[in-house]
Design a protein around this ligand. Structure first.
Ligand code: ADP
Length: 483
């Protein structure tokens, strides 16, 4: 029994161990003298396993083959395949159970060698001479052991290294280890990529050898290369399109600017001659003719306003907007002054903070908001306008509030589009470009805009720009950059 490589032990009907061989000692760690007479429950962890085995073997007299985990003396669990067989007396009654257990999950040396031989491993000396060549290597490269052993591995594979070989060898000597990607050639001439790991090992006589494990990653590399190629192609196409779009945009803007500019000259001529007619021929034309001339002059100045607004709009796209600290108080004052609106019922509430923006763009935006607030007042009621600012988590919101006619909710978004007007020019003159300039200006400064308004209850148009602290830097806050 002791010659067996399998653990053999016998337990009686009460579970007491009666017999214990040498392999059982080795596998479970108990010496024979300390386990004999003890309960087999010491080994069998699992209650339901135990009950099943007893029922089958003791009561039905049947042998059971099972995979179990048995607990060894030092507490660790051993995976075993066990045959639990009944031992019967002459009368045929089961007296004892004999267990024959074979350890699982551990290789006997032959199996281990066989399994390792399938791995793509070579053993070589530091110069590269191949000392061991596995079947796994043969499968990967196509060379038999006879063709590979004794050869220089770098020459055999035609290795292309990611850097100078001397440097890699120094790293291996220093760290005992190197890994990287290499290009190799198979026996059939096909190029492959491998992820290579070199581990240095010194044998008993202190001679250094390298264990090199090569895993084929050619498919992975090809996929990476394809992704890189597609990305480059995509970038190239995006660049081409962007360049084409930029060029078209530039041409369009130049065109719009020139047209608007050139259109103003004939208009001024019409206005000038209309005026001259009215002044120089006042006593020779009747009131109807004077009315017609006034209407021509009026139409000319409306067209002039339209062209000026279009110019301002197109200028906004072309100017280089460089962000700088802008004290709101100075731009509000400049806007009111340029509108000639001082003393028109505008209340400016302090403090107004400093924002990151661009002075002339913010002045333009404010002029449009303030002139609208002055214009869209309830007929018969003098305009009352309030300008104030609030800090909002790293942003400053500037509001232009009026007590005018107000705007229905459904138009709140639309009126920021070009040429969107809610009234005829007879009721309220205008071009429908003012708020689109506000939108474009604030967008170019990286800010936000909006309004709160109801018909008959006035409007609060606002925009938000990042706050600048006293030392001129942008106030940092988590919410900056949101929305
Ligand atoms: P414009 O003022 O030249 O008509 P805008 O683009 O500035 O053009 O404004 C678009 C439309 O939005 C206006 O025609 C008007 O109907 C509405 N609007 C703008 N501001 C106000 C305001 N403060 N109160 C009421 N309606 C306004």
């Amino acid at each position: 029994m002791d010659a067996s490589s399998e653990a053999i032990f016998v337990q009686d009907r009460s579970g007491c161990i009666r017999c214990w061989n040498a392999a059982a000692e080795r596998i479970f760690g108990y010496d024979r003298h300390e386990i004999l007479g003890k309960s087999a429950n010491l080994l069998l962890e699992n209650d339901s396993d135990r009950r099943f085995i007893e029922a089958q073997v003791l009561h039905h007299g049947q042998a059971v083959d099972a995979r179990s985990t048995l607990r060894s003396k030092d507490g660790h669990l051993v995976n075993v395949a066990v045959t639990w067989a009944p031992v019967c007396d002459e009368a045929g009654h089961t007296r004892e159970i004999c267990a024959i257990a074979r350890e699982q999950g551990r290789f006997v040396p032959d199996e281990l060698a066989h399994a390792l031989d399938l791995a793509p491993v070579i053993v070589r000396n530091l110069k590269g001479t191949i000392l061991m060549w596995t079947k796994g290597m043969q499968m990967l490269y196509g060379f038999s052991a006879g063709e590979a052993l004794g050869k220089n591995s770098h020459e055999l594979f035609g290795t292309k290294f990611p850097g100078p070989l001397a440097e890699i060898e120094n790293l291996v000597r220093r760290n005992g280890y190197w890994c990287g990607e290499l290009r190799h050639k198979r026996k059939d001439g096909r190029q492959i990529w491998v992820a290579s790991t070199w581990t240095m090992h010194r044998d008993a006589s202190e001679v250094a050898i390298l264990i090199e494990v090569n895993v084929d990653i050619t498919g992975l590399k090809q996929a990476q290369e394809e992704i890189r190629r597609l990305n480059l192609e995509l970038e190239r196409r995006v660049e081409e399109r962007t360049a084409a779009l930029t060029e078209t945009n530039r041409e369009l803007e130049a065109f719009a600017y020139t047209i608007s500019h050139d259109l103003r000259a004939p208009l001024r001529t019409m206005q000038g001659f209309g005026q001259a007619l009215l002044e120089d021929y006042a006593n020779r034309i009747d009131s109807t003719a004077a009315g017609y001339i006034a209407r021509v002059a009026n139409a000319a100045s409306r067209m002039d306003a339209l062209i000026q607004d279009l110019l301002a709009y197109s200028r906004l796209s072309r100017t280089d907007v460089r962000l700088e600290p802008v004290p709101l108080i100075s731009v509000v004052r400049a806007a009111i002054e340029q509108l000639g609106a001082a003393g028109s019922g505008i209340e400016v509430r302090q403090p107004l903070f400093t924002v990151l923006g661009h002075s002339s763009v913010v002045v333009q935006v404010l002029m449009n908001l303030i002139s609208n607030a002055l214009k869209f007042h309830t007929p018969g009621v003098a305009p009352r306008i309030r300008i104030f600012s609030e800090r909002r988590q790293g942003w400053v919101r500037l509001t232009v509030q009026d007590g005018g006619i107000g705007i229905e909710q459904r138009f709140h978004k639309k009126i920021f589009d070009v040429f969107q007007r809610l009234h005829g020019v007879e009721a309220f003159p205008g071009t429908g470009i003012g708020l689109s300039i506000v939108r474009k200006g604030i967008e170019r400064l990286g800010g936000r805009y909006g309004l709160e308004s109801e018909p008959g209850k006035g409007s609060r148009f606002w925009f938000e720009l990042p706050e600048v602290t006293g030392d001129g830097t942008r106030k940092t806050h988590d919410s900056i950059g949101r929305g």
